[in-house]
Design a protein around this ligand. Structure first.
Ligand code: PMV
Length: 315
């Protein structure tokens, strides 16, 4: 059977960085994210005797090497027999630029395999499967505000709970990162002295973020988001890695400047230089104008839904 799924990416408010179990992608710490409406991957999967080998086409390009291998290894987790698969995927945003393409990518792949192979998995089991492709994909199965702990994620609040929140993604660079998050995490856990301190602070931070989302306390949320992003990047720097660039620093400065009167936005950086600016709908126009002084390339997302099945196949 042919199956097609659209999955949204997500931005972590509290970041996952480090694996307790490297093989199984079990995280060192809990993470909390918001699913991003329209920042998505669409994937069609079909298993058929017609295919002489597995084929993976991403953004119109036939994939080989590591990328193909990663997808084949993932399919092998659930493949029922020797039948080969064709996978066609499109990202509607730049791949590998700190916008987690692996999050939407592996969430879309997990869900399309679920349908193509008639696995009838629950969302929690799907989340657990997606985790084995990429950690952040664990959360993208669900919509709204999501928490990941251990093997699987769960929804904290649906996307309608706080519909005014926006993520302005500033595209400063479309280059793929040179150091994968897997490698970055492993080096950080080994080398960073600050890593243990961050881990110690996290339970309180997680509690506070959940509360801020529950009570829609934007100021508190923005403060914690910035603190945790800075904290993760401090650990990464201690491992001799820097995912940010000069312009990332300029955006951070600008956000601090805007927030001097009142906190109306917060920055968050994943493993890449492109800032995610979290704010409320009513401040978007003002913040966009300021950000445009640094880059005119912006994507704007509101809280989005979890994985969606569609009959509009890609082939
Ligand atoms: O999904 P991975 O394994 O590429 O890890 C992503 C890690 C961060 O995006 C930096 C943080 C997170 O929780 O999404």
């Amino acid at each position: 059977m042919k199956a097609t799924v659209i999955a949204n990416s997500n931005i972590a408010f509290i970041k996952y960085w480090g694996k307790k179990d490297v093989e199984q992608n079990i995280p060192m710490n809990q993470s909390i994210s918001m699913t991003l409406d329209g920042i998505s991957t669409k994937t069609t999967v079909e298993f058929s005797e017609r295919f002489l080998h597995d084929v993976f086409i991403l953004n119109n390009q036939i994939q080989t090497g590591r990328k193909l291998e990663r997808v084949i290894n993932f399919i092998n987790l659930v493949r029922k027999d020797n039948t080969n698969a064709k996978i066609v995927s499109f990202n509607n945003f730049p791949t590998g630029a700190g916008i987690a393409s692996s999050a939407s990518g592996f969430a879309a792949l997990a869900a399309s395999l679920n349908k193509a192979l008639d696995l009838e998995m629950s969302d929690r089991n799907l989340s657990s499967l997606a985790r084995q492709g990429s950690g952040s994909a664990t959360r993208s199965i669900f919509g709204g505000f999501v928490e990941w702990q251990g093997e699987t994620a769960e929804q904290l609040f649906p996307e309608g709970h706080w519909a005014e929140i926006r993520d302005l993604i500033v595209i400063l660079s479309e280059e793929e990162k040179k150091i994968s998050s897997r490698k970055g995490m492993n080096l950080t856990v080994k080398k960073s002295k600050h890593y243990k301190t961050r881990q110690k602070h996290l339970p309180k931070r997680i509690h506070e973020v959940k509360n801020a989302i529950k009570k829609k306390n934007f100021e508190r949320l923005a403060e914690i988001i910035m603190k945790d992003s800075d904290d993760m990047h401090k650990c990464i720097e201690e491992a001799g890695i820097n995912y940010l660039n000069e312009k990332s620093g300029e955006v951070k400065k600008l956000i601090k400047e805007i927030n001097k009167k009142k906190i109306i936005c917060g920055y968050s950086f994943d493993a890449g230089p492109n800032p995610h600016i979290i704010t409320l709908e009513k401040h978007v126009k003002e913040i966009k104008k300021e950000l445009n002084k640094i880059s005119s390339k912006l994507l704007i997302a509101r809280p989005g839904a979890g994985v969606k099945y569609t009959e509009e196949h890609l082939f």
